[in-house]
Design a protein around this ligand. Structure first.
Ligand code: ADP
Ligand code: MG
Length: 339
């Protein structure tokens, strides 16, 4: 009976109750994008782990190993960014079946991972390698740092704070739908304008760009009051942020920065861009809140990526809602769930 099955959310919450959260050096434990522990040197250490499992999180047939390596690190860098912190170290564990081990798959995977690591000055310092019976499994751990007390948690938002999102929404979910329908990346030198647009969407799914620069700026400049990265989908992740902060939110759908290529290509393919932007996962943008008085301090762009105000934090009793013109309705979490 599906109704009786426990969700990932319930499992994680139960786990939280079983471990002490009172240790003096623990700033944030289970329940945020990454854990934060206090160092003696006036620095906080930030730690995150992400597991990618073949046929659950990616497919071997549609994900080139170079891009898989990129994505394995990117999702962890995104969690460190969501804490307003700087990524520093990477630890990677891989489990692969014998037939894959005999090819150059793992080498290409590390090509992609190391290229992204170099871009942000992150150093691979260890990991583990094992054999699986069938499926590829990758566990990516990233350790980051920030000045003591400057990490941005999910729980800092309060009523009146303005809600912002980096970049654009809906591209990764659109890419996944198109890949499931058989779309492939074009051969680079053959790409015409239409296949370049298609590639843009497919790469939003296959090669997410973690918002590392924005994360560091928002943390170091003390601008964001709360933050989360969009891994499960705006509706789910906004819900997580609001639950942690004990607040509600009102989103204006006309302000959502829906990916323009998604609007252009998906209308023709019977995919609803607004639904993809609200409930589609894996955009790996940052969702954060800012006090009205601090909005003017926000940079317009970081690393060429802009931000958009999409709504306002309200009191918890008002719930999490979205307006479309004069209509307002409850925004229920509808994103990705493992269980
Ligand atoms: P994200 O999507 O940001 O990576 P998750 O939903 O995976 O976050 O995890 C939410 C929180 O639960 C994090 O603090 C994470 O460390 C913790 N968590 C998830 N799975 C486990 C587990 N198996 N054991 C301990 N903590 C876990
Ligand atoms: Mg996260």
């Amino acid at each position: 009976m599906t109704e009786n099955r426990r969700s990932e959310f319930d499992f994680i919450n139960a786990l939280r109750q079983r471990v002490p959260s009172t240790s003096q050096s623990l700033i944030a434990g289970i329940g945020d994008d990454a854990a934060v522990v206090r160092n003696t040197a006036g620095k906080d250490t930030v730690i995150t782990a992400d597991l990618l499992v073949e046929d659950i999180d990616f497919r071997r047939t549609t994900t080139p190993p170079f891009l898989l390596g990129h994505k394995a690190l990117a999702v962890s860098l995104s969690d460190i960014a969501a804490m307003g912190s700087r990524p520093v170290w990477s630890v990677v564990c891989v489990g692969v079946p014998e037939d894959i081990w005999q090819t150059d798959f793992v080498d290409r995977l590390y090509d992609g991972l190391l290229q992204l690591a170099n871009r942000y000055g992150v150093q691979l310092i260890g990991g583990d390698t094992s054999r699986t019976t069938e499926n590829i499994v990758i566990d990516s751990i990233v350790v980051g740092e920030c000045a003591a007390g400057t990490s941005v948690l999910r729980k800092g938002a309060s009523a009146g704070d303005q809600i912002f999102v980096t970049g654009s929404l809906g591209g990764a979910a659109a890419g996944l739908r198109l890949i499931e329908r058989g779309a492939h990346l074009a051969e680079q030198n053959l790409a015409d304008e239409d296949s370049q647009k298609l590639d843009h969407i497919l790469l939003r799914q296959l090669r997410p760009d973690p918002r590392v620069g924005w994360g560091i700026v928002l943390g170091e400049e003390h601008i964001a009051t709360s933050m989360i990265d969009l891994s499960d989908g705006l509706s789910s992740d906004l819900n997580n942020l609001c639950t942690a902060s004990g607040v509600g939110a009102l989103i204006d759908s006309s302000l959502l920065p829906i990916d323009e290529t998604v609007i252009e290509l998906c209308g023709r393919r019977a995919l609803d861009p607004l639904q993809l932007a609200l409930h589609g996962g894996e955009d790996f943008e940052l969702l954060f809140t800012v006090k009205p008085a601090d909005v003017a301090r926000l940079p317009r762009r970081v690393d060429g990526v802009g931000i958009k105000r999409i709504g306002e934090i309200t009191s918890a009793s008002e719930g999490i809602r979205i307006s479309e013109g004069a209509r307002i309705w409850e925004l229920k979490p509808g994103g990705w769930k493992h269980f």
